[in-house]
Design a protein around this ligand. Structure first.
Ligand code: SER
Length: 319
């Protein structure tokens, strides 16, 4: 049996991960932790318990852990890359201060802890093609600084205190459920919405800007499979490169046009997002994740595009 607390349960990843965890552990308890103003609704609210858990408030985390006898925490509270440049102090407070609180509660109460890292943990000096698992991490953004700090702190808590911390470096995540906000990879979500709504898409990144991307079902599976992995096989913990596809705006545009021939995209680069994207890898080498816990993606660009378009058509009543 598993008793899980998801912090950030109503966000881009949390809203789907909470539901997937409830499906995966039907005899367990999966608590949706949220902050006021981002209350769970519909199925997320009705399918299990929810609690106000602000990651910057260690007492709230500890009380939820005690109340539900939590053994595993999924910490999904974060400010994405472009917003973090506008609000660097808040990004640090949530990304590092919040993680410290979650680590301390995990240490005191014996919880396992999953915290995502990101392709944003790399920087301009990182090898950009087939980026190795263990390589230079000197990010150029506050988002990246919080992610590298989080990786180091999480590994420290594992080595020093035996806290079962694990993490993956997520690529840009694409989903039709909860839209992301303020990320650099968000264009690859927005483009599908435009295609289905019949709108022209103004791409905020230049042609030739390659980044790793992943369809949400693969990302959710990665998080759960890593937390279920045999600890005896894990040579790494915080954090694993994972990958499934790498594309630039022209490639995703061409793929969507195969299914929506009338779709139009023009380029209108946003200098901040372009600078951030240029500092991130083009493609990650995920062989350590494959070797140490049998990571394997299921969706490529074509499979994801077919599913995204079909699901968004239903969402917007165009099926
Ligand atoms: N999707 C994130 C962002 O663009 C990267 O992890 O900020």
């Amino acid at each position: 049996m598993k008793n899980i607390l998801v912090i950030g349960a109503t966000g881009q990843i949390g809203s789907e991960l909470t539901m997937k965890l409830r499906e995966t552990y039907p005899n367990g308890t999966v608590v949706a932790g949220y902050i006021p103003g981002a209350e769970p609704k519909g199925e997320l609210l009705e399918s299990g318990p929810s609690e106000i858990v602000d990651i910057t408030n260690p007492t709230q985390i500890a009380e939820a852990v005690d109340k539900y006898k939590i053994d595993t925490i999924y910490n999904l509270a974060a400010i994405l890359s472009a917003v973090a440049e506008a609000k660097p102090h808040l990004a640090w407070k949530i990304g590092v201060g919040g993680l410290y609180n979650a680590l301390e509660v995990s240490r005191e109460k014996g919880c396992a802890l999953f915290t995502p890292s990101s392709i944003g943990s790399f920087g301009i000096t990182t090898p950009h093609v087939n980026t190795p698992q263990d390589t230079i991490q000197r990010p150029d953004t506050m988002y990246g600084v919080t992610k590298v700090t989080g990786e180091l702190l999480s590994d420290y808590y594992y080595r020093r205190f035996g806290v079962d911390t694990r993490s993956v470096r997520f690529p840009g995540l694409i989903s039709y459920v909860t839209p992301p906000g303020g990320g650099t990879t968000d264009y690859a979500v927005d483009i599908y919405y435009a295609a289905v709504k019949g709108e022209e898409f103004k791409c905020p990144l230049c042609n030739g800007t390659y980044m790793d991307m992943m369809y949400m079902p693969d990302a959710l599976r990665a998080a759960i499979e890593l937390m279920e992995a045999d600890p005896g096989r894990l040579l790494h913990r915080n954090s694993f490169n994972i990958a499934s596809m790498s594309f630039d705006p022209a490639m995703i545009y061409a793929k969507i046009k195969e299914y929506v021939p009338e779709f139009k995209m023009t380029y209108e680069p946003d200098p901040l997002r372009q600078q951030i994207a240029d500092s991130w890898p083009d493609s990650l080498d995920d062989s350590c994740a494959r070797n140490e816990w049998d990571w394997k993606p299921e969706y490529d660009l074509d499979a994801m595009t077919k599913d995204m378009l079909a699901k968004l058509k239903v969402k917007f009543g165009k099926a």
